[in-house]
Design a protein around this ligand. Structure first.
Ligand SMILES: Cc1cc2nc3c(=O)[nH]c(=O)nc-3n(C[C@H](O)[C@H](O)[C@H](O)COP(=O)(O)O)c2cc1C
Length: 456
């Protein structure tokens, strides 16, 4: 429904309210007519003590795809900008001499640079499976990022929860099942007498490594529509115990503001998006990396078997096909960055391949991408993308609210005619109809005057 269609439904409601005001209690009609119609807005997203104006998290994207440039632009536009820590040391000259030190240095620098560019919310994405997970987490705490997102493994053991609390750093696991949520919350309760501040559910349509088997990826039971409501429900007892809301943020295939509205309607408090943020001026990757999204067709997007032992979604290219045929480019493992990686058996080093792609050397690497990457048609500023998402969300809410109000207007109109027919002959029946009219009018007006949650 366009703005003007929504406006015409509101005008019809106003005219009808005015018309029936002659037989409604005068105060009821006046009160309704004095209410101001609200343009719906996406709700804010609160995680721990932090609040983002918009319910949008830019998913962390390694290697070097979401650094200070992209993260600060998203934060400035009202979302949560996230710096991906994994493989970040590949930005440094000395990565092959001391990968661990290079990672920590580059990570700290990117957080500081982002802070200089924005007063908005900055998060860090750290993979639990990397060997320097705890050191990277220490840097994130020392630099007081607002939120740490922890994926690719369960963030359970040895976490400095007290230090995170005193530094005001919110803790958010990234999960791909309800089982993982249960396990994490049960263990946190036991070990730390505490719970994480939010949960990100990354569904099977996402880009990058996926926490699903190849069979689960297309199975409706594993999609956002099925899992998000289950996670929301699983968190209820933990919310009651903790006495605070634990928001669910869901991602994987979210492309438009309308998608955002649908995901929020499932009970999520926010969305996580990656693909759309790659196609922005501020994304930290080389132009060739971004252009690969613009030129990709639906047939190009597919699954890969990553050397880390998980499936991943990428733009399939010759590098991937060569690896599948057993070709093995010469590479040197800088250090055992991933605990599970068997460098000697691996066809290629995933960190080096992704870093080559970041630099635009697409023949020596490949581009991770979400299932909707082929829908990307242009590179745009982050601010334009966020405005488009916001407008799309508003239009989706107005369409739904407009439809409901339109139906109510028709019903009230019919009741009004019944009232006119009964008024002279049957006062009791007329009074009952009048009460129904008043109730339906109140319902319609509360829909057009609610700011954010009108649809739920
Ligand atoms: C290029 C690229 C790199 C990614 N790298 C990571 C990563 O390092 N860590 C992570 O948790 N998720 C990673 N992701 C997943 C995103 O954070 C996000 O959850 C996902 O892209 C959402 O799906 P969408 O692309 O359909 O929006 C990556 C995604 C892309 C497209």
């Amino acid at each position: 429904m366009t703005q003007s269609r929504f406006d015409s439904v509101v005008s019809a409601l106003r005219a009808l309210t005015d018309d029936v005001s002659s037989f409604l209690p005068i105060r009821t009609a006046r009160t309704l007519l004095s209410r101001s119609v609200q343009r719906p807005a996406p709700p804010a997203l609160r995680i721990g003590q932090h609040e983002a104006a918009l319910p949008i998290v830019q998913g962390g994207m390694g290697v070097g795809i979401s650094l200070s440039g992209l993260a600060s632009a998203v934060a400035n536009a009202g979302g949560i900008g996230v710096i991906a820590a994994n493989g970040i040391g590949l930005l440094e000259q000395d990565y092959y001499r001391d990968g661990r030190a290079a990672n920590l240095r580059a990570f700290r620098r990117e957080i500081r640079t982002a802070r200089e560019k924005t007063n908005g919310l900055i998060g860090a994405n750290i993979m639990v499976a990397v060997n320097d997970f705890h050191e990277l987490l220490d840097v994130a705490i020392e630099e007081r990022v607002d939120v740490v997102f922890m994926g690719a493994g369960l963030p359970i053991k040895g976490l400095p929860v007290d230090r995170m609390r005193s530094a005001g750093v919110a803790a958010v696991p990234i999960v791909s099942s309800v089982r993982a949520v249960d396990m994490i919350f049960r263990m946190w309760n036991k070990i730390y007498k505490d719970v994480p501040d939010a949960v990100v559910f990354e569904g099977p349509l996402a880009g990058g490594h996926l926490g699903f088997s190849a069979e689960q990826i297309d199975d409706p039971e594993y999609q956002l529509e099925a899992i998000v409501p289950q996670i929301v429900e699983a968190l209820v007892p933990h919310e009651e115990q903790a006495g605070r809301r634990i928001p669910v943020i869901a991602g994987g295939g979210v492309f438009t503001g309308e998608d955002m509205q649908r995901v929020l309607d499932l009970g999520a408090a926010g969305v996580q998006m990656g693909t759309r943020f790659v196609a922005t001026d501020e994304c930290d990757a080389d132009q060739a990396f971004k252009d690969a999204f613009v030129s990709a067709t639906a047939e190009d997007i597919g699954l890969i078997k990553s050397p880390v032992g998980m499936p991943g979604r990428a733009i399939r290219n010759q590098f991937i096909r060569d690896a599948e045929e057993g070709k093995r480019p010469a590479f040197r493992c800088a250090w055992q960055c991933l605990s599970s990686c068997k460098a000697d058996d691996a066809r290629y080093c995933i960190s080096i391949a992704l870093n080559n792609a970041r630099l635009g050397r697409l023949r020596q690497g490949f581009v991770f991408a979400g299932s909707n990457a082929a829908r990307v048609t242009a590179i745009q500023p982050v601010a334009d993308l966020i405005a488009e998402l916001r407008d799309g969300y508003v239009a989706a809410v107005q369409r739904i609210v407009g439809g409901r109000v339109g139906a109510l207007v028709e019903r009230i109109d019919a009741l009004r005619r019944q009232y006119a027919a009964k008024r002279a002959a049957d006062a009791a029946a007329a009074a009952e109809i009048r009460d129904q009219i008043a109730a339906r009018l109140a319902e319609a007006w509360s829909l057009v005057t609610a700011r954010t949650d009108a649809v739920r």
